[in-house]
Design a protein around this ligand. Structure first.
Ligand code: SF4
Length: 416
């Protein structure tokens, strides 16, 4: 059995050991709640004059969070901000920041799925995590580093979460409590890494929330929603649990069934039935060949992007549910951008997204691939950036009037 006072002592020691600002990841789940709570308790033991470095509590809103969780996290963040500024850092409230980051407009789930035609994500093509989770938080950390020189990222990661997590944490274990993160001048500190599930709950149920949150309510929520783990604060692609646990995006199609949403519905949130049906439908059409722009025989990938008509159908269904439930599922900015992309595509003016490219290599070998400028199978990766810069578009032809611009075959020739 651990003594959490040891963890509080360590937190104090590490906080006082340098002037590097802390960026504390907060997802609203039990691990990040326990971590932030311990930081609050540890820092409130210190004399105010020693609390002189910045704390940033960072939360990531993917814009497709489960609406029940959005509501819960927003309330928590508001309370954390109030108590952090008025009690913990009352001597200098500017040092305590609570920040919510969101993906860039061109990176959001709906813009990519509907606007650009990326198929609903699955295990092999999980294009969303980087765009909607990792990039927004990484950008905030990089911004802090550029202003302050360095940053310490405080996370609720635990070795007992999974074998993969333990392996990855041990890999970076250099004997120091601060481990180097792959972002420049950034370090990771994981105060509760050795605790198991029961120890985290036992701590949360013993120690009252410093910002008057409801840890018993959190436990109840877990009981109602979680059949698996939680979606942690994700800052790198290796995080396995994103997409295999159900505490995250309500649209996630990486798993066959969203047990968390099913459990919430079984436990009284019947109104979420429409969301679950829609998610299940997104999962289903992912498996149907006739929803995709077909690829030609030379392509290694069997399918391209979703057809324009499929994407219009997704949008119509989404807007229908939004209207029925009277909750925002897609922002106005996203909607405007999605319409713009769909309209340009139907006029044949696409400039981004998945497309089928056919390249003619100098030796007259022709290669056709699904391509995007910044995703897995990019022309850059196939041709290399040097070659791609020299590639000359020879012809761009519509495969058939029945298909969208995405089905264009583009012939490129690479100059020697
Ligand atoms: S939870 Fe699912 S939809 Fe959300 S980022 Fe992870 S894999 Fe993508």
């Amino acid at each position: 059995m651990f003594d959490y006072k040891d963890i509080l002592s360590e937190i104090k020691k590490i906080y006082l050991s340098n002037n590097i600002p802390w960026v504390i990841g907060f997802s609203g789940g039990k691990d990040s709640t326990a971590t932030l709570q311990m930081v609050f308790y540890a820092l409130s033991d210190l004399p105010k004059k020693k609390l002189n470095k910045e704390i940033h509590v960072l939360s990531n809103d993917t814009l497709v969070e489960n609406p029940v969780i959005v509501d819960y996290v927003n309330k928590q963040l508001e309370a954390i901000k109030t108590i952090g500024k008025t009690k913990l850092f009352s001597h200098n409230p500017e040092l305590f920041n609570v920040v919510k980051v969101t993906p860039k407009l061109e990176d959001t789930f709906w813009v990519n799925l509907i606007g650009k035609g990326y198929p609903s994500p699955n295990r092999w093509f999980r294009w969303c995590t980087e765009r909607i989770k990792i990039n927004p938080t990484s950008n905030y950390i990089l911004d802090t580093v550029s202003k302050k020189g360095k940053a310490i990222i405080v996370l609720g990661s635990r070795k007992a979460e999974s074998t993969n997590r333990a392996v990855s944490m041990n890999k970076y274990n250099n004997g120091n409590r601060l481990r180097k993160h792959k972002l420049p001048n950034s370090f990771v500190y994981t105060p509760i890494e050795d605790l198991n599930n029961n120890e985290v709950w036992s701590y949360l149920l013993q120690a009252p929330s410093p910002w008057n949150g409801t840890n018993r309510g959190l436990l109840k929520f877990y009981r109602n929603a979680c059949s698996g783990g939680e979606c942690p604060f994700v800052i790198e692609t290796g995080t396995q649990s994103c997409g295999s646990s159900r505490f995250g995006c309500w649209v996630c199609t990486v798993v066959e069934r969203d047990k968390s949403m099913e459990n919430l519905i079984d436990n009284g949130e019947e109104w979420m039935g429409d969301l679950l049906q829609f998610r299940n439908w997104l999962y289903k059409i992912r498996q149907q060949d006739n929803q995709y722009v077909p690829q030609n025989i030379e392509s290694k990938a069997k399918f391209g992007s979703f057809l324009l008509k499929t994407r219009r159908q997704i949008l119509n269904k989404l807007l229908g549910i939004q209207k029925n439930l009277a909750i925002k599922l897609i922002t106005d900015e996203e909607l405007y951008y999605v319409y713009k992309l769909l309209e340009s595509e139907s006029k044949g003016e696409v400039s981004g997204g998945l497309k089928k490219f056919t390249y003619k290599f100098p030796k007259r070998r022709t290669v056709s691939i699904i391509a995007d400028y910044d995703v897995l199978l990019t022309p850059r990766k196939r041709l290399g950036p040097m070659f791609f810069d020299k590639a000359k578009l020879i012809e761009s032809r519509k495969v058939s009037p029945d298909y969208s611009q995405s089905s264009r075959t583009m012939y490129y020739e690479v100059e020697k």
